[in-house]
Design a protein around this ligand. Structure first.
Ligand code: ADP
Length: 169
């Protein structure tokens, strides 16, 4: 018999750019939120990327998309991931894996994070097969040429994307 979990809450963080959140991200969020007591979904400002949406817009879209998931907290940070984890008593970093191409970068990042914070573990979750090809950048590229991404991003994101590209064109 499994014992009832006592004491310390199991907290995880799912970090990303979420520029914008896709159904692939949302699928990982739903699955991880069933495993952990609390899941922090955090928009990280990435110095190497120039985002389409501001951090505030990305947080807003995530909050809306995660409505009803009681143990999911959305926020943003510009600092170091492991510092955020330590500050909030988070033991696990969740990463989504789509293909071998994700693995090389994520593997190095996981080892660096382990070096910086040995008490925090990285856990990789496989994408669901229907989202294998899906990335925020592909979504943006498709919409920029007038393509339809219905079913690939949460419904609240669709008008925001259209609006951005209308203004950009
Ligand atoms: P991207 O711009 O590549 O979509 P993000 O930085 O927003 O990336 O991604 C955050 C996390 O979500 C990463 O761990 C990434 O591997 C994962 N992820 C992104 N898209 C998917 C997907 N379709 N299925 C599973 N995981 C995904």
């Amino acid at each position: 018999m499994w014992k009832e979990r006592k004491g310390k809450l199991k907290r995880a963080i799912y970090p990303g750019s979420f520029d914008p959140v896709t159904c692939g991200h949302l699928d990982i969020i739903k699955r991880a939120s069933r495993i952990f007591d609390e899941l922090y979904v955090v928009v990280f400002e990435n110095v190497g990327k120039s985002p389409l949406f501001t951090a505030e817009e990305r947080v807003e879209m995530l909050v809306e998309a995660c409505k009803g998931m009681e143990n999911v907290k959305v926020s943003c940070s510009s600092g170091l991931l492991v510092d955020f984890a330590r500050k909030h008593g988070i033991q696990v970093i969740i990463k989504g894996l789509r293909a071998v191409s994700d693995f090389d970068y994520e593997f190095k990042m996981a080892l660096m994070n382990k070096k910086l914070a040995p008490e925090v573990d990285t856990l990789f979750m496989m994408t669901s097969v229907e989202y294998l090809f899906l990335s925020s950048s592909l979504v943006k590229e498709t919409v920029s040429y007038g393509g339809c991404v219905e079913g690939l991003v949460p419904p609240n994101v669709l008008p925001k994307l259209r609006d951005k590209f209308r203004r950009h064109s």
